[in-house]
Design a protein around this ligand. Sequence first.
Ligand code: NAP
Ligand code: GDP
Length: 319
Amino acid sequence: MDNNNKTILVTGSTGLVGSAIKYVVENGDSYTNEKWIFVSSKDADLCDKSQAKELFEKYQPTHVIHLAAVVGGLFHNLGYSTDIFRKNVVINDNVLGCCHTFDVKKVVSCLSTCVFPDTIKYPFDETMIHNGPPHDSNFGYAYAKRMIDVLNKAFHQTYGHLFTAVISTNAFGPNDNFSVKDGHVLPGLIHKTYMAKCQNTDLIIYGTGKPLRQFIYSRDLATLIIWALREYKEMEPIILSAGEEDETSIMEAARVIIKHMQFHGKVNYDTSRSDGQFRKTASNAKLRRYLPNFKFTPFDEAIRETCDWFVKNYENARK
Ligand code: NAP
Ligand code: GDP
């Protein structure tokens, strides 16, 4: 363990991933030399350079986990690409610019497997990010995220900074955005299944149900991001994902949700809705070289915990 005192600023900490990091830290994964500071847009609008600077002046972080972003599922990405691209580029430039100005020792930002090219050999790995255009359905989000990798490399080349990034697959868990319109598939399906059960209506799954995703439980992702902050010394990014063998179809994921929500009604597919990218199969070989024994929470158990959380917190959940 590094014995130097650390002040760790977590941006975007009210979101899915940030709240999971808070949960993991508050439930035991914390060292005495670490002071954790969790912030959201209420503390500073990171689109505003002067607010970002005031935040860094106030907390003087030595380390930053940068999660703040405009995030959404397929249908949000399809509808708001301009806003998503522009806001995310500005947030990332402001945050990484402050990390430079305030001499932050290490930054871990969070990319997504959306950044990878649409036409690519599967499974893709960390070396292939810039090898071609991303899928059309999320190009605004993907290009903005790619620019974090560009900034990390530039800051390293020019100043020797250790600003790195993890690349997460489709994450889910407590405190997700359960909006059917704007959220990702699993929180959307959990919300829709809950409503169909309460209102005795059919459950409508968008698309064909055939696309494949590697889902990751937010609490596993949080544990891995904390590991990356403490132990991962490379500037090059690292994919945080379960194995290729754990790729799940939307149809199968829906089956697990339906089981845990005890929904017994009819299920329909609305094939007029987009399927998005068919697959985004990522290799976790690099992660496995570092952490051969890391155990991911089984998908069934993680979905059960997320469904239970949603039902219990229905009134206050983001939806
Ligand atoms: P989320 O639940 O939507 O949370 C977003 C967070 O960003 C919130 O805390 C929000 O604060 C903050 N934020 C948004 N705009 C801001 C602004 N202008 N100024 C300051 N803070 C702002 O997102 P998430 O799913 O946790 O994602 C966290 C990170 O992981 C993102 O960088 C995302 O790209 C990445 N990621 C997510 C997934 C996924 O499946 N969810 C997959 C791969 C990568 P408020 O609550 O105050 O609005
Ligand atoms: P992606 O992984 O970035 O493409 O985004 P999502 O998490 O939104 O997953 C999109 C996939 O789930 C597509 O194949 C959609 O057709 C399918 N899907 C099925 N039902 C839903 C739903 O209710 N909401 C969302 N967001 N996607 C759904």
